[in-house]
Design a protein around this ligand. Structure first.
Ligand code: ZN
Length: 505
């Protein structure tokens, strides 16, 4: 064994230990949101706080820094895309980011996040922005400090925050695709609003008993390739996916007896995330190759299954007969076309998480604009409601009746997640690009879907995307898989094609 082999094995051992501590925290967080009794909250916060501290201590231990420096000095590591070089690069990236943050800032961020989220929950309930304002001010101040500590080269402070979720991406690069995407979306939304066709939404709010909903959603999840031997689906107030580690990935959803979409499409969405987590190389747990490329790439996987497959006519050619026999009263008199139109309803709305495939990205752009101005200092936190409401009118032609349905609707800013929103829209664009490449490589994907044969597509995603983990930056992964760089055009082509047909444009 060469000298560097020993150093590298030791580095991987330390990285794995830190990741194991982190994954223990994930189990406890999952339990907190699914089964934990209410009175367990304070004790759980202590448990999670201890684990977060231990994980941070491990991840920033001088031992890791020394091993990294020694390894980086050696010249026999292999090519830039090899597992070893990628894992060293990613370990360096995360080590530097974490050690650049002073301990005081890390603790203050963690403490403020807990309190600020509590303040946000009650402020949203009361639609009382003034009650949340001091927390927002504090959080923005801390995130600006974080950006300054991390550094942002020639860019802007926002880049340092965005980089945490979408490595290598900058605000300018996001803007480059967002501007033309926005222009096209605004035109498409206007055309849809002028159409005389409207779906019958009433069919989706009929009575859908919970038990058959579970059977249908879990059946679809299994059919597209989520492995229930290595994962499970439970219930929580806010759906999420948490990959604990090899062989254990947890999804959650929520069931509403009078709304078909929420559980079914929520499960497809989270299953897309879960299939990605399950497709990461098991023996690379704790290292870069064992982690998702970026949040945008993660979201591309959920959106691909939820929207490109799950809201397509061919998917429902396969599943509608099953859905009908599961809900004979609700769907007995509904045709496949009526159903497909209803699940693809497009209309300007106030709430992001309930938005359709077309208007969704406009919700993201509005947030992206506001949070950039907050981080740069151009917009004062106190002026967020006014800025928000103006943009909602500009983008959607709607008036915001209260901040609960406006700037208080999302948890992100209270949780310190600034720079996170753009990854959702990036995910939609990456999904469209990947979907085109899949069709190029696999032939008639619609035909496969209408027969319920999702294996070729799932295997393609495993092979082209999942198994690489963080080997390539998102921008390069897209180029390697599709032959093209990040672009809004495939998404626009997909939306135009689909909605022109549905709305007769
Ligand atoms: Zn998602």
């Amino acid at each position: 064994m060469a000298h560097t082999d020993h150093l590298y094995s030791e580095l991987v051992r330390l990285l794995r230990e830190a990741a194991l501590i982190g994954s223990c925290g994930s189990v406890l967080s999952w339990d907190e949101q699914t089964f934990m009794p209410g009175h367990g909250a304070a004790f759980r916060a202590d448990q999670l706080g201890l684990l977060a501290g231990l994980a941070h201590e491990r991840a920033t231990s001088p031992g890791i820094g020394e091993l990294l420096s020694e390894l980086e000095r050696s010249s026999d590591l292999g090519d830039a895309d090899s597992d070893r070089v990628v894992n060293i690069r990613e370990a360096r990236r995360s080590f530097d980011r974490q050690t650049k943050l002073p301990r005081r800032l890390v603790e203050e961020l963690s403490h403020t996040t807990t309190l600020s989220q509590q303040a946000w929950v009650s402020a949203r309930e009361d639609s009382d922005f003034a009650a949340f304002l001091p927390w927002l001010e504090k959080m923005i101040g801390l995130k600006r400090e974080e950006a300054a500590a991390v550094g942002y080269g020639d860019g802007v402070p926002y880049d340092a925050l965005l980089d945490d979720y979408e490595p290598g991406m900058t605000a300018a690069e996001v803007q480059r695709v967002f501007t033309p995407l926005r222009d096209e979306l605004v035109k498409l939304v206007a055309a849809i609003q002028h159409s005389s066709r409207r779906p019958n939404l009433e069919i989706l709010s009929r009575h859908y008993p919970k038990t058959p909903q579970i059977v249908l959603a879990e059946g679809a999840s299994k059919a597209i390739g989520f492995d229930f031997e290595s994962g499970r689906i439970d219930e929580s107030a806010h759906p999420f996916c948490s990959g604990f580690g090899p062989g254990d990935c947890r999804l959650t959803t929520r069931y509403n007896d009078h709304h078909f979409n929420s559980a079914f499409f929520g499960v497809l969405h989270e299953s897309g995330h879960g299939i990605y987590e399950q497709g990461l190389p098991r023996d690379s747990f704790g290292t870069g190759i064992g982690q998702a490329a970026s949040l945008g790439i993660h979201e591309s996987q959920s959106r691909l299954w939820e929207n490109f497959i799950g809201r397509s006519r061919s998917f429902w050619q396969y599943l509608f007969p099953t859905a009908r026999s599961a809900f004979p009263k609700a769907l007995g008199d509904v045709s496949l076309d009526e159903f497909c139109f209803a699940i693809n309803d497009v209309r300007p709305s106030l709430i992001r998480v309930e938005a359709d495939e077309v208007t969704y990205n406009l919700h993201i752009m509005l947030r992206f604009e506001i949070e950039q101005d907050l981080v740069s200092g151009k917009l004062k936190p106190a002026d967020v409601p006014v800025a928000w409401n103006e943009k909602v009118t500009q983008y959607f032609g709607l008036a915001v009746p209260g901040d609960a349905n406006g700037c208080l609707q999302d948890i992100h800013w209270s949780a310190g997640l600034l720079g996170y929103f753009p990854t959702y829209a990036l995910g939609n664009m990456y999904a469209a690009q990947f979907y085109n490449a899949a069709k190029r490589d696999l032939g008639n994907v619609d035909d496969l879907c209408s027969r319920g044969d999702f294996k070729p597509l799932k295997a393609w995603l495993n092979e082209k995307i999942h198994r690489h983990g963080k080997r390539y930056r998102a921008s390069r992964l897209v180029e390697i898989v599709t032959g093209e760089s990040l672009s809004h055009l495939p998404l626009i082509a997909h939306l135009r094609g689909k909605y022109s047909e549905l709305y007769g444009l």
